[in-house]
Design a protein around this ligand. Structure first.
Ligand SMILES: Cc1cc2nc3c(=O)[nH]c(=O)nc-3n(C[C@H](O)[C@H](O)[C@H](O)COP(=O)(O)O)c2cc1C
Length: 143
């Protein structure tokens, strides 16, 4: 499967902005990207993908969004082994705990998380944060 999916959940659009910039980076590297809301794609559809970007903001108290993203990620755990993942998301007032937990979880499921950490950004990404997202998309495409 050549297409690289950038699967995200967003409440107010910040993580979507990150997702779009990551998709832009994938395309810049010459690969096809599909930026897709988690509610519009099943885990089955990404089972054949060797690399994937997943994004979700910090919600609840330092957890993934619980209505859509958390159940999707829980199901994805059994399909994650051997995949290369770019994890990303926006946060507000925390210290990134939700992302560290998510990275540990995905590594525990046998995936390889690029750079050993997720790309996080406080609230809306500024130009510098968007540039980091573009670079992450390129890195994922070349990985
Ligand atoms: C219900 C709710 C819970 C949140 N919990 C946290 C949290 O635990 N830690 C944190 O740093 N930010 C928290 N935030 C802030 C969001 O992560 C932040 O506003 C983020 O930019 C939202 O991204 P989005 O625009 O993609 O939805 C919370 C926001 C909401 C609405």
């Amino acid at each position: 499967m050549d297409k690289i999916y950038v699967v995200y959940w967003t409440g107010t659009g910040n993580t979507l902005e990150m997702a779009n910039a990551i998709g832009e980076g994938v395309k810049k590297a010459g690969k096809e990207a599909e930026v897709v809301n988690v509610s519009d794609i099943t885990v089955d559809q990404v089972k054949g993908a060797t690399k994937l970007a997943l994004g979700c903001p910090s919600m609840g108290v330092e957890v993934l969004e619980e209505g859509e993203m958390e159940p999707w990620v829980a199901e994805f755990e059994s399909a994650a082994a051997g995949k290369t993942l770019a994890l990303f998301g926006s946060y507000g007032w925390g210290d990134g705990e939700w992302m560290r937990d998510w990275v540990d979880r995905m590594n525990g499921a046998g995936a390889s998380v690029l750079n050993g950490e997720g790309l996080i950004c406080q609230e809306a990404p500024d130009d510098a944060a968007k540039a980091e997202c573009v670079a992450l998309g390129e890195q994922l495409a070349y990985a």
